[in-house]
Design a protein around this ligand. Structure first.
Ligand SMILES: [Zn+2]
Length: 729
């Protein structure tokens, strides 16, 4: 670590006006749920029944034994009922189901839920359940490219989707990091494009034609349509690794091992690209009977096209003004090819940028604007924004109340005129961080149950409290079926309270149970227990681990919390340059509140700066301090463009006009993959000069390095908790 010291003669920093006084009281709120209330009797059938459009059940007249075997139910197709609509009638004659197209599957799902959700011999009271979905497209995106899932694992996911009445498996089958469709005509797809090398080990897999057909048939057995996604023109580097001549340079590339956006994409000027894609689409159309083919269209950097003579020639010939228009032309050519086969395309919202034919459906992921724009232009839209539908994000970013609050209609859309174009939504289970079914379960459940209700019911009919009551019964159902699940919300929060009257330095952590019956196993160095307050006065970082359990089953992973007792907690401190929204920290004094940011940069503790924004902050005491060290935690997450900063500058005020400046250089590599926190320790030999005021600055002029897939883009710096260790003089 390079430490340079030189004297600075004048003030570098703006005068600090705001003085914020803090001391620290950390608090743990522990929350519990009363699961004994879930032992519902049929008297409470309205409390257990899954969300249905209407139901009128009467316990006092009589009831029918509800067998889990569908052969015991009388089923009858009713041509007057709409798609997926059904009616369940329970009377003297038993249980009778009338259904419209595919409505039998949804009726079965309702009865299966009811059968499982009761704890005593299931009986359905006399009465009627009438039901039909609010949205016709209720999907789950399964990404089998970043991580591969076997046919059995995909079928397992279809089982749980069927139980919760999803009707679309959006199957993401091709990506930069792996191509999953084996084709005899292109043998290198299975040999090369399906695998990536991580050092000495190889990761990957593919599906044969029989595998794909098996999944399609299995899904059809639930009335679930499988929509394959063949990404183009971007997210295609695995295919280019197998067939480099389909790229603009023709140079060999590897199947990438890192996540991100890659500049090597299909060449739009090369006719062989279209021969290949036409062959792939022919094959896909033979296997998948769905009306739609998803063609991706997102995140296609134009760098290669800008520098490719063939692509430029194509633009000239077709009279295309720019590369966005070339992508529009590319999409249209593919769309026309598919239209001749009776198929319609779905594309991510970027496809709006290059011009679009009326039949194209837009899947909006970058907020709601894409859906609004698409609907106003007369396109159908599927809504799956990062804010509510990205189930690859942890619960600390998107929790169950957030999912349940999802309203598919864009806020500014004229629903009367365009509302019918909003055909539904999806939960997107991108698998960069979902390596196995264990994690898949935790990402999907219980959030998927909330999404299922969001997509099935009308927003006006939703009531979170009622949903939450019903949800509690579903955990035992999931236990029986062998699916794991995460917590609904993070049940533990570390908070701080201003307590300026107390001079002593301490952190008080209080564990308060708030959800009855959610068992929280707490592990902390002090042997702290639930429902008690514990005071930490020892300097340094302390850890608390909490494992939420329900009925002996772990609910999600261990939650790790870190907090620190240090002299920075006694400072008047402030940020002298504003952080970049929305990463402003949710605390009054985000950097010296004692609570350390976790590996989730959205946890509210981190303060983020996106170039050209840079960090500067002031820390001051009421009396002089001897400072031994300053420790700053930084987060690195290359995929999210977050790097540890190159340099930290510290100005230590010995007096009003005597300032010593210190500079520290980054020691870690910006090439290091994954998400990690690094503590930069600023500790000059012999300590810092005695001082009452310290300024910190972190310049941010960096761009992503050449070896990054988005090389040249600006970077983020994230820091949380500036720990200052020393003693008052
Ligand atoms: Zn090209």
């Amino acid at each position: 670590m390079g430490v340079k010291k030189r004297d600075v003669q004048r003030r570098w920093w703006p005068v600090v006006i705001g003085v914020i006084v803090i001391s620290v009281v950390g608090r743990l709120w522990l929350t519990n749920i009363d699961f004994n209330d879930c032992q519902l009797h049929w008297v409470d059938v309205h409390g257990v029944i899954p969300a249905v459009s209407s139901c009128s059940l009467n316990d006092s007249v009589g009831s029918n034994y509800l067998s889990p075997h569908q052969s015991d139910w009388e089923m009858e197709f009713d041509s007057t009922l709409a798609s997926e609509q059904y009616r369940i009638l329970s009377d003297d004659n038993g249980i009778h189901i009338a259904y419209g197209p595919n409505g039998d599957y949804r009726a079965r799902a309702t009865l299966r839920q009811l059968t499982h959700l009761t704890t005593e011999g299931a009986k359905l009271p006399y009465g009627v359940i009438e039901d039909c979905p609010a949205f016709r497209h209720r999907g789950v995106l399964m990404d089998v490219c970043r991580h591969f899932f076997t046919v059995a694992e995909v079928k397992r996911q279809l089982d749980i989707m069927a139980l919760y009445k999803f009707n679309v498996l959006h199957w993401h089958l091709t990506e930069d990091q792996g191509w999953r469709i084996a084709m005899d005509a292109y043998s290198k797809l299975a040999e090369v494009a399906a695998y990536r090398s991580h050092g000495d080990s190889v990761y990957g897999g593919f599906y044969t034609r029989e595998d794909l057909e098996e999944v399609v048939a299995y899904a059809a057995g639930y009335g679930i349509e499988v929509i394959p996604e063949i990404e183009l023109p971007g997210h295609s580097q695995a295919a280019l690794a197998a067939y480099p001549h389909l790229g603009c340079t023709g140079e060999p590339v590897a199947v990438p091992t890192e996540w991100g956006v890659f500049k090597d994409i299909y060449c739009a000027g090369n006719e062989q690209t279209f021969e290949f894609l036409d062959d792939v689409l022919d094959y896909v159309c033979e296997i998948f009977p769905s009306k739609y083919i998803h063609i991706g269209g997102d995140e296609a950097p134009k760098y290669r096209w800008e520098h490719c003579p063939k692509c430029q020639q194509r633009m000239k010939e077709e009279g295309l003004p720019n590369e966005e228009a070339l992508q529009g032309w590319f999409n249209t050519r593919i769309e026309n090819y598919l239209a001749a086969k009776g198929k319609q395309i779905i594309g991510w919202d970027e496809i709006l940028e290059g011009g679009l034919s009326p039949n194209a459906t837009v899947q909006s992921w970058r907020g709601f604007e894409g859906a609004q724009c698409a609907a106003e232009q007369g396109h159908d839209a599927i809504v799956s924004p990062t804010s509510h539908a990205y189930f690859d994000y942890p619960v600390s970013s998107i929790d169950v109340p957030k999912v349940y609050d999802f309203n598919l209609y864009p806020p500014n859309l004229d629903r009367f005129t365009y509302g019918h174009h909003i055909i539904g939504g999806e939960c997107n289970l991108w698998s960069e961080r979902i390596p196995n079914t264990e994690t898949l379960d935790r990402r999907f459940l219980p959030r998927g149950i909330a999404m299922s209700e969001v997509l099935w019911s009308n927003p006006a009919e939703r009531d979170y409290d009622a949903f939450w009551e019903r949800l509690q019964g579903h955990y035992s159902l999931l236990d029986v079926l062998g699916y794991g699940y995460d917590v609904e919300q993070i049940p533990v929060k570390l908070g701080t309270k201003n307590d300026s009257f107390k001079e002593e330095l301490k952190v008080i952590v209080t564990t308060e149970p708030a959800f009855a019956n959610l068992e929280l196993a707490v592990e902390a160095p002090t042997g702290m227990t639930m429902g008690s307050a514990t005071t930490f006065t020892e300097r340094g970082v302390h850890q608390i681990k909490v494992q939420p359990n329900r009925g002996g089953h772990a609910m999600g992973k261990v939650l790790n919390y870190e907090f620190a007792v240090h002299e920075g907690l006694m400072t008047h401190s402030c940020l002298t340059s504003p952080p970049t929204e929305p990463y402003t920290g949710t605390k009054d004094i985000p950097l010296v509140d004692g609570v350390l940011g976790s590996e989730n940069y959205r946890d509210g503790n981190w303060v983020g700066y996106f170039n050209p924004d840079y960090f500067s902050g002031h820390f001051g005491w009421d009396q002089p301090y001897a400072i031994d060290s300053i420790k700053i935690n930084f987060l690195q997450s290359r995929l999210s463009w977050i790097l540890i900063p190159e340099k930290v500058i510290t100005d230590v005020y010995e007096s009003e006009d005597q300032i010593s400046r210190y500079e520290w250089d980054r020691t870690s590599s910006t090439s290091e993959e994954g998400i990690f926190i690094e503590t930069m320790v600023l500790a000059p030999e012999g300590g810092f000069p005695a001082t009452q005021n310290i300024d910190l600055m972190i310049p941010n002029t960096e761009v992503l390095p050449d070896n990054h897939p988005s090389a040249g883009e600006r970077v983020w710096h994230f820091l949380d908790e500036v720990q200052i260790y020393g003693r008052p003089l």
